[in-house]
Design a protein around this ligand. Structure first.
Ligand code: ZN
Length: 159
C-alpha cells in the first residue's frame, strides 16, 4: 500500500477518511483532535511511518512536533532494516496521535545521518522538544521500540 501521508513546510498532509479531502495537521498541533475542513468529520492522526525525503523537512519535524518523533534510520540494502520495518509500522499504527514515526533513508539523506552521527543501521532514535532523547541501534520488536518512546516521554517531561 502506498502512503497517503505527505509532508509540507507546515505539517503533515492526511486525506480525510470520509470525504477524501486533504487536510494539513500542523506540526505544532499533532497531538490534538482535528476535524476535516470540508466535512467536519474527525481526522485520523497519521498511523503509518512517513518517509522523509528532504533534510529540511526532517529538521522542521523534529524542531516543531508537539508529539515525540520516532526516527527509523535505514537503507534499502540493509537486511536487519527490513526486519525492523514491520515492527516500526506496528508502532506507527498503535501510537497514532501520540507519536510521529518517520523513516530516514541514510543513503538518500546522508547529511542527516552524518549530522546525527549515525554509524550503523538500523538505528532508532526518539526526539522530543527539538532534541534527541533516546537512541538504540539494531532491530527490535515493536514493544521494545515503544519502550524507547516511553523513556523519551519521561525524559522530556522531567526537563
Ligand atoms: Zn472530510
Amino acid at each position: 500500500m502506498s502512503s497517503t501521508v505527505e509532508l509540507d513546510d507546515r505539517g503533515v498532509i492526511v486525506a480525510c477518511g470520509s470525504c477524501g479531502k486533504k487536510n494539513r495537521l500542523a506540526y505544532e498541533r499533532l497531538g490534538e483532535a482535528v476535524q476535516c475542513g470540508q466535512c467536519k468529520q474527525p481526522l485520523q492522526a497519521p498511523g503509518e511511518p512517513i518517509e522523509v525525503h528532504r533534510s529540511a523537512d526532517f529538521d522542521r519535524i523534529v524542531a516543531k512536533s508537539s508529539v515525540p518523533v520516532l526516527v527509523d534510520y535505514w537503507a534499502p540494502w540493509c537486511g536487519p532494516c527490513r526486519m525492523v520495518a514491520p515492527e516500526v509500522k506496528k508502532v506507527a499504527a498503535r501510537q497514532a496521535g501520540q507519536a510521529l514515526v518517520v523513516k530516514v533513508n541514510t543513503d538518500e539523506l546522508s547529511d542527516v545521518g552524518q549530522r546525527f552521527g549515525i554509524r550503523s543501521i538500523p538505528t532508532l532514535a526518539v526526539f522530543g522538544g527539538g532534541k534527541e532523547i533516546a537512541r538504540e541501534s539494531g532491530a527490535r520488536p515493536a514493544e521494545a521500540i515503544e519502550q524507547l518512546i516511553a523513556r523519551a516521554r519521561v525524559a522530556s517531561q522531567a526537563r
